[in-house]
Design a protein around this ligand. Sequence first.
Ligand code: BGC
Length: 375
Amino acid sequence: MKKKVLSIMMATAMIATLMMGCGNKETPASAPAADTPAAETPAAEPEADTEAPAADAQEPAADSGSLADKKVGVCIYQFSDNFMTLFRTELENYLIAQGFSKDNIKIVDGANDQATQSGQIDNFIAEGVDVLIINPVNSSSAETITDKVVAANIPLVYINREPGEDEEKRWADNDWNVTYVGCDARQSGTFQGEMIVDLGLEKVDMNGNGKVDYIMVEGDPENVDAQYRTEFSVKALTDAGLEVECLSDQVGNWQQDQAQAIVANALAQYGNDVEVVFCNNDAMALGALQAIEAAGRTVGTDIYLVGVDALSEALENVLAGTMTGTVFNDHFSQSHSAADAAINYLTGAGNEHYIGCDYVKVTQDKAQEVLDMVK
Ligand code: BGC
C-alpha cells in the first residue's frame, strides 16, 4: 500500500514526546484540543505518469472566509464504537477550537450500516455542507462515496477506515480534493508482536512445546486495520525467529462481548495451551480479560494479553499487570490532522492524498504517561 507519510507538525505546547520501543525512535504524541493552530500541510502534489484520463480538477474548495460560517458534515461508522467515540469527541472539540461554530458541525451515526450512511451523505450534500469528514462503514464503498461528493464539489477527508489503493490513486490522478487521515495498522500489529517477543520464549512458552501458542481475535475483517494487525502481530514473532502455533483465529467485530465469548470458548477448548491472546483492539482485549479471569487464568503469570487503542480502562489494566500491553492509537493526532486537512481545503491550501501518524507501544512502564495524556 502506498504510504506517503508526512511529518505532521502538531504545534502545541502540550506535545509530549514518547519513546517508541522500536529502534528507540522518537515520535511526537499529540495532546487534547487546546488553542492549537491548524497544522501546516503541504499542498497536494498530483502524481506523475498516471494512465487514467485526467478529469477536470475540482475547483478550489472555498475562499478563506471565516471558519465560523463553514458547515462541516461528519459521518461516523458507528457511535457505539469506543475508539470512534474518543475520536469524534476530540474532533468536535478541536474543530471548535479552530474557530468553527458548534452549530455548524453535524456529526451523524451510520449505525454500522452503509445504506444508512449513504443516505446521510446525500443529506449533507443536499444541505450544502462546505466539507465532509467520513469514517466509512465499508471501505469498499469509498469509490461510490467519492464520486458523489466530488460531483457536488465538496472536499472530502476520509478517516480511520482506509479506502483501497486504487481508490486513493484516483484522487491523485484526478487532482481531487480528497484525502485519507490515519495510522499504518501494520505498525500497531508489529508493536503487539514485539511486546510478546520482548518477554522472551522461556517465559511465554509455558507448555514447553518450543512455540508461541496463541489465539487471535480479529476486528471487522473488511477493515484494513484488522487485516494488518492480525498479520503483522504474528509476523513480528516469526521475524524474531520464534515458532508460532495458531490455536484459534476468529472475528470479534471490534466488540467486547463477542471477544469474551470467543476467548471463553478457546480457553475451554485449548486450556493451558493458550499462551498469548492477541486482540485487534482494546475493547476486545477487555472482553478477553473477562474470559481469562472467569477461566481462573492470570495475565502475566500463565497467559499474556495484548490489545490496541490505549483506552483508559485498558491502560489501567496494563498498569495493574492484568494486560500485557496495548498500542496507543492516537485519536488526538488523527482527529486534529483530519480537521486541519478540512481547513486546508476550505482555505484553498490543499492536502496530500495520504496523511499518516504513528502508533505508540505501551507496556507497563509507559502506561501511566499515556493514561495521563488520554484522561
Ligand atoms: C480501532 C478500533 C475501532 C476501529 C473502527 C480501529 O482503528 O483500533 O478500536 O473499532 O478502528 O474502525
